[in-house]
Design a binder for this molecule. Structure first.
Ligand code: COA
Length: 193
């Protein structure tokens, strides 16, 4: 399975040591505040440690994190990742973020459409879930656009903030996700042809 995924404006590939400084720089309080376990401020050393853990997860096929890069400049815009959280079925949990300067330009919609079916295959997932703050409407729109369905609410301990917080949970079976991706690809091919 190819490790690099390209979209119209983006290139996605597993995070690498060279991404540490930019990762730390982009992890501002506004971004980290929507995530469960990312600190802000974040040092380059903390980012490097996370990248090392991610490389081990990829080898074990129990997690994967892709750097989201501007295809033209190669600049790091953010991350999108998934990790297996077990259960009877092979369930994965999805996480993603962009640096503040890159919000509201459709980048995560574009990245997630390519990356999420990739995670389903690479991590052999039966289903994927996402836990999103109730106020994070952009993130909810992204997963709904991929076919995720609302499942319920959950209190989750956000270790970087030392507190339990409310999240809304969404989930999608991998088969539904991959069928939707295939339909999008077919529509695109028909439009080109
Ligand atoms: C959430 C985040 C990933 C969104 O990425 P983005 O690239 O800015 O999002 P997009 O531009 O692709 O927009 C996503 C969708 O949300 C919609 N949207 C944006 N703001 C919205 C709002 N306030 N209310 C409702 N919908 C909104 C957009 O219209 C778009 O929907 P569409 O494709 O149907 O038009 C980005 O803001 C981010 O990184 N935030 C900080 C970290 C974070 O929240 N991560 C997710 C944790 S669950």
């Amino acid at each position: 399975m190819t490790m690099t995924v390209e979209t119209r404006r983006l290139a996605l590939r597993p995070v690498e040591a060279q991404d540490a400084a930019a990762t730390a720089r982009l992890m501002t309080p506004l971004v980290a505040g929507e995530l469960i376990s990312w600190p802000s401020p974040m040092t380059a050393a903390q980012a490097a440690e996370r990248i090392e853990r991610s490389a081990a997860g990829l080898v074990a096929a129990d997690s994967a994190d892709l750097a989201i890069l501007d295809r033209r400049s190669g600049a790091l815009l953010g991350w999108i990742g998934a990790a297996v959280i077990g259960g009877e079925r092979r369930l994965g949990t999805l996480g993603y973020w962009l640096g503040e300067d890159f919000h509201d330009q459709g980048y995560m919609t574009e990245a997630a459409r390519a990356a999420v079916p990739w995670f389903a295959q690479a991590l052999r997932l039966d289903a994927i879930e996402a836990c999103i703050h109730p106020h994070n409407f952009a993130s909810q729109a992204i997963v709904e656009g991929l076919g995720f369905q609302l499942k319920g609410r959950r209190r989750i301990f956000a270790d970087t903030r030392g507190a339990e917080e409310d999240f809304i949970t969404f989930a999608v079976p991998s088969a539904v996700l991959c069928a939707a991706a295939a339909r999008r690809a077919n529509r695109k091919a028909a439009a080109i042809g």
